[in-house]
Design a protein around this ligand. Structure first.
Ligand code: FES
Length: 156
């Protein structure tokens, strides 16, 4: 079982009490443990399964379905660039190429200094400001290479 801090365990226990069945807390428990560990690997899935009395495969299905859960270590800042239809029509592919060159990483990769992880995702639900990316959950739209430079510069 992977170690969980007493503080995180306290949050998990309080959360579980709010649901009629333990398993209903799964998504939120995964958020808590991701904050704790930074990502959820197989051992993490097994730990969550044990806490919620679930089969590990059930936890794995959820972790691998949602892009918001990280399955391996990531950088300090996570950049998620939308490459769905509207964003693609508005130039997302060239922005992804720009980011790959700028950060010297491939999709899914983390910069050598551990600052940024670059991911591509499906529609972020902000098509009206395409092309769009999220950095640490914050939305940035109408992107251009210059705007990306400014955004990333502010994160240093
Ligand atoms: S297509 Fe990119 S936010 Fe919807």
């Amino acid at each position: 079982m992977k170690e969980i801090s007493p503080k995180a365990m306290e949050k998990i226990e309080a959360l579980i009490k709010r649901y009629p069945v333990k398993r209903s807390a799964l998504l939120e428990v995964l958020h808590i443990v991701q904050q704790e560990w930074g990502y959820i690997d197989q051992e993490g899935e097994e730990t969550v399964a044990e806490i919620l009395d679930l089969e590990p495969v059930r936890v794995h299905e959820v972790v691998s379905f949602y892009t918001m859960y990280e399955r391996k270590p990531v950088g300090k800042h996570i950049i998620r660039v939308c490459r769905n239809l509207t964003c693609t029509l508005m130039g997302a592919e060239s922005l992804i190429s720009y980011l790959k060159r700028k950060l010297k990483v491939d999709e899914g990769g983390t910069t050598s200094d551990g600052r940024f992880t670059l991911q591509t995702v499906e529609c972020l639900g902000a098509c009206e400001i395409a092309p769009v990316m999220q950095v640490d959950g914050e939305f940035y739209g109408n992107l251009t290479p210059e705007k990306i430079d400014r955004i990333l510069e502010e994160m240093k």
